[in-house]
Design a protein around this ligand. Structure first.
Ligand code: MD6
Ligand code: FE
Length: 212
């Protein structure tokens, strides 16, 4: 494969490209969004949401769990991928419809080994960060938004500098790869109750990663 066409999204027409991040607005239909939510509910029964501690000792406002070979975890000892849920069980498998989105936009050559599930209740946010706990930055990170609208802020590969913000809505998919793979990003806030997808409100974000 040529260097130019390693990943499928590079041959597709995103609705926007912002600082190298490819945005596919409305990529997931309402029916498929509901199916994904049903799958995430089952996943969260097997691997309950928890509030990771940051290395600085404060719990994150976002609740998390994972599916796949490894799950993302954080405590006083830092950020890492762990083979087990904090309660001790192996992580459940990544739901098939989630893998189908990865195959459609990234590759059939390799499956992600982690699907991080973030749940934002009212007032939850995520500070600016880079996704750099993975072994190989050649693989992009794919992100799926479900439920309430979220204000996504992106910066630069280095800390600081100018930033740009845009809203992510239910059904949007974003791919962070290539030169944008290590860009700083965060969620400033969600518009709680803006989407009817989750009856109790809130937002689910799924990020698929080749971590190992
Ligand atoms: C979120 N997303 O949308 C947080 N990371 O709730 C992320 O942190 C993220 O959207 C890597 C790649 C894409 C993302
Ligand atoms: Fe991230």
């Amino acid at each position: 494969m040529s260097n130019k066409s390693r990943y499928r999204f590079e041959q597709m027409q995103p609705t926007a490209v912002i600082r190298g991040i490819a945005l596919f607005e409305g990529f997931i239909s309402r029916e498929e969004q509901a199916e994904l939510v049903a799958q995430i509910r089952m996943l969260a029964k097997a691997a309950p949401l928890f509030s990771p501690q940051t290395p600085y000792g404060r719990p994150m406002s976002v609740r998390m769990t994972s599916a796949g070979q490894v799950g993302w975890f954080s405590d006083r000892n830092g950020y890492r991928y762990a083979e087990r849920h904090p309660e001790g069980a192996a992580w459940p498998a990544i739901p098939k419809p989630v893998l189908a989105i990865w195959r459609a936009l990234v590759s059939e050559m390799r499956e992600p080994d982690c699907c991080l599930v973030n749940y934002y209740g009212e007032g939850a946010r995520m500070g600016m960060h880079q996704d750099r706990d993975e072994a190989d930055f050649d693989w992009p990170v794919l992100s799926i938004s479900l439920g309430d609208d979220a204000l996504f802020r992106i910066g630069n590969n280095q800390r600081g500098g100018t930033t740009q913000s845009f809203w992510l809505r239910s059904g949007d998919v974003l791919v962070m790869g290539g030169a944008a793979r290590l860009i700083h990003h965060g969620i400033d806030r969600i518009a709680f109750g803006s989407s009817p997808l989750l009856p109790n409100g809130g937002r689910i974000n799924l990020t698929l990663r080749v971590a190992l």
